[in-house]
Design a protein around this ligand. Sequence first.
Ligand code: FE2
Length: 203
Amino acid sequence: MSTSATPPLQPFAIRFGADNATLEPQGPTLQRRMSDLEGLFADRRAWEQAVADGDPVVYTVVSSPVPETARELPQSITTIFPGDTGGEFWMTKGHQHPDPQGEIYLGLEGHGGLLLFDGERAEWLDISPGVIGYIPPGWAHRSVNVGDEPYRFLAVYPGSAGHDYGWVLTHGMGLRARRSADRVELVPFGTPAGTAGPTARSH
Ligand SMILES: [Fe+2]
C-alpha cells in the first residue's frame, strides 16, 4: 500500500522507522514550508524575511495508509524542525475539526507543546517523549517545537474529523509561544511582535 487504502481494510501492522520518521506501509506525506504559513506568525516582516531567505521547511507530516473516512482511525507522524520567526517558535498551522471529535498526540522525540483553544480558553500541554496529549472535541490545536532538536509526535484521530485550517486564521489560538532566554513564554495571541505580553506565563 503506497497510498491511502480503500475500506474495508484487513488488520495490518505499520512499522515506524524512528531514524527518519518513515511508516511502512506509508500513505500520503506533506511538507510545509515557511511560505505555507502566511498570516500565522505575529511578526509578518520576520516571516517575509524567512521566506526570502530560502523558505525553509518548517514541518513534515507522514501518514499511514488508513484513510480519512468515517469509523477509520488514521495516524500520522509530524516532525517540526527547531527554530523561531520573530521570536515565535516554529509550529504547525493548527486546525479545528469540522466534525468535533477528539484526538491524541504522543510525543516521540524532542520537546514540544500542544496549544489548545476552544474559542474562549487556551491551554498549553508540555509534550516530551512518552507523554500523551489529549485533545477534547471542540478544541482547535497547534503543535510547537520549543526545543533545539526536531520535535516529533504521533497523532491518532477519527477519520471523519476533518481539518479546518481557516478557523485559526479567523479565531486565533488564544496564546503564542515565544522564545525568551532559555524558557518558553506564552503571551496573549494579539500581543504585537517584540513587545512584552501583559499576562505572560512561563514554562
Ligand atoms: Fe486534529
